[in-house]
Ligand binder design. Structure first.
Ligand code: CTP
Ligand code: MG
Length: 219
């Protein structure tokens, strides 16, 4: 069994909107409903778990009227804690693979999640990532240091792991950037799969113009 986990328990502090960004209504839907649709439409995903903020459990439950969504559960203070809440819930289901996705990345194509999942089935751990096309610099106090672009990637979600591996990666707790980081820390290589520029993370208020434009065309 392969389970999709939609992470929607963040507060969206950098966005600074009165409503956490995943609940903004754009194009007739709340933003978290866009990636949820990709999970629901993919035959590779057997069940979906949504992790969200306590005060939003009711709203999310109302919106997700699909038997494929097994539950909507409360997240934690950090993204990593929200992932661990999902892992605790999934303990009773014992899925083979878990595909994690940020609800803050609305424009997920099911092809991307299926690509990442099938690579994880081959290697145990995979993530969507984008090659850096721009010149990369590390800005220090005194200068700009030019970082070779070759080998530089921007890590996105979806990310997929065998359930047992992801559990081991989170066994000691920790606050990680994403889920590839604790997996790498175990000494397990994570495969990079071609990501999708459309699957960007909505972070700042100025990202909303792009969201509005894309929402008009999105399937
Ligand atoms: N997330 C989560 N639980 C948390 C924090 C984040 O489920 N305690 C989720 C967010 O909902 C989002 C994803 O992790 O889908 C990526 O996080 P980020 O873009 O940092 O979202 P926020 O934490 O909500 O935003 P900010 O950091 O600006 O507060
Ligand atoms: Mg955050």
């Amino acid at each position: 069994m392969n389970v999709g986990v939609l992470l929607a328990a963040g507060k969206g502090e950098r966005m600074g909107s009165p409503v956490p960004k995943q609940f903004l209504e754009i194009g007739g839907k709340m933003l978290f409903e866009y990636p949820l649709k990709a999970f629901l439409e993919s035959d590779a995903i057997d069940a979906v778990l949504v992790v969200t903020l306590k005060g939003w459990l009711g709203t999310v439950k109302e919106k997700v009227r699909s038997p494929k969504v097994v539950d909507v559960v409360e997240g934690g203070k950090t993204r990593s804690e929200s992932v661990r809440r999902a892992l605790e819930y999934l303990e009773k289901m014992r899925p083979e693979y878990v595909v994690l996705h940020d609800a803050a990345r609305p424009f997920l194509r099911k092809e991307t999640l299926e690509r990442v999942l099938s690579e994880a089935k081959r290697t145990g751990a995979a993530t969507a990532a984008l090659k850096s096309v721009d010149t990369m610099v590390w800005k220090t106090e005194s200068s700009l240091r030019y970082v070779p672009r070759d080998g530089m990637y921007r890590i996105q979600t979806p990310q997929a792991f065998s359930f047992e591996l992801l559990k081991r990666a989170h066994a000691e707790g920790g606050d990680w950037n994403d889920d590839t980081e604790p997996v790498q820390a175990l000494g397990v290589e994570v495969t990079l799969v071609e990501g999708d520029p459309f699957c960007f993370k909505v972070t700042y208020e100025e990202d909303l113009l792009l969201v509005e434009m894309l929402a008009k065309e999105w399937r």
